[in-house]
Ligand binder design. Sequence first.
Ligand SMILES: C[S@@+](CC[C@H](N)C(=O)[O-])C[C@H]1O[C@@H](n2cnc3c(N)ncnc32)[C@H](O)[C@@H]1O
Length: 194
Amino acid sequence: MVQDRLPINGRILEIGCGPGSFAENLVGRELTCLDPIPAMLEVAKPRVNKKRLERGDSKVNFVEATAESLPFEDSTFDAICSLFSFRDWYDKPKGLTEALRVLKPGGKIVIVDPAKINRIHGFLGYLYMRIWVGSYARLICKQKEHPWKWLTKTYVHFGTTRDYVRMLKDTGFTEVNSKVIFPGMATIWEGKKP
Ligand SMILES: C[S@@+](CC[C@H](N)C(=O)[O-])C[C@H]1O[C@@H](n2cnc3c(N)ncnc32)[C@H](O)[C@@H]1O
C-alpha cells in the first residue's frame, strides 16, 4: 500500500528504515534510508543493496540521523515514507516540520503506524499487544524481558488517527488523509507539501 502511494520516479527518503524490511522491496526509485541506530543500518545495508542490485536498481544512500534533525538541504526529496517508526519519534511536530522542509513542493509524505480509532479500540489494541504479541514474543525470545515490550509501551503512548491528521495539517501539509487498514491495527496517513 505504501509502495503504491509513492511516485514511480524521483528521490525517496525512508525515515526509520530499521533493518530494511520495507526498503528491500521498494522497486526502482532513488532511495535514501535513514535511521539513528548504527546496528540497524549495518543490517539494512547488505540486505537492501543485495536485493536492489539483483533487480538492477541503484544502491541506497544510508544515513545515520534522526527524523528531528534531517541532514539534507531544503526541497531534496519527491516523497518521504516512514513505516512503524513515527511512533518512536521523540518530537513528532519537529520531525514533521523537518520532513516538510526537505520535501520538494508537491512532494508527498506517507506514514504507517498502529494508531487507535478511539479509546475502546486503543484498549483492545493494548490487550492484543500485551497478551497475544507478548506471549508470542516470550515464546520466541525465550525470555521474560523481551524487546517487544517496547512495542506495547510506544503503542500505549501513541495517539489516535485523528490526532496525527491534525498534526500533519498544523505542520503545513495539505491534502491530508488517513485510512485505517484492515483489521484496524494500522493507519496509513498521507499529506502533500503545497
Ligand atoms: C520498527 S523499526 C522500522 C522498520 C522499518 N520501517 C522496516 O520496514 O524494516 C523502527 C525504526 O525507527 C527508528 N527510530 C526511532 N526513533 C527515531 C527517530 N527519532 N528518528 C528516526 N528514526 C527513528 C528506530 O531506530 C527503528 O529502526
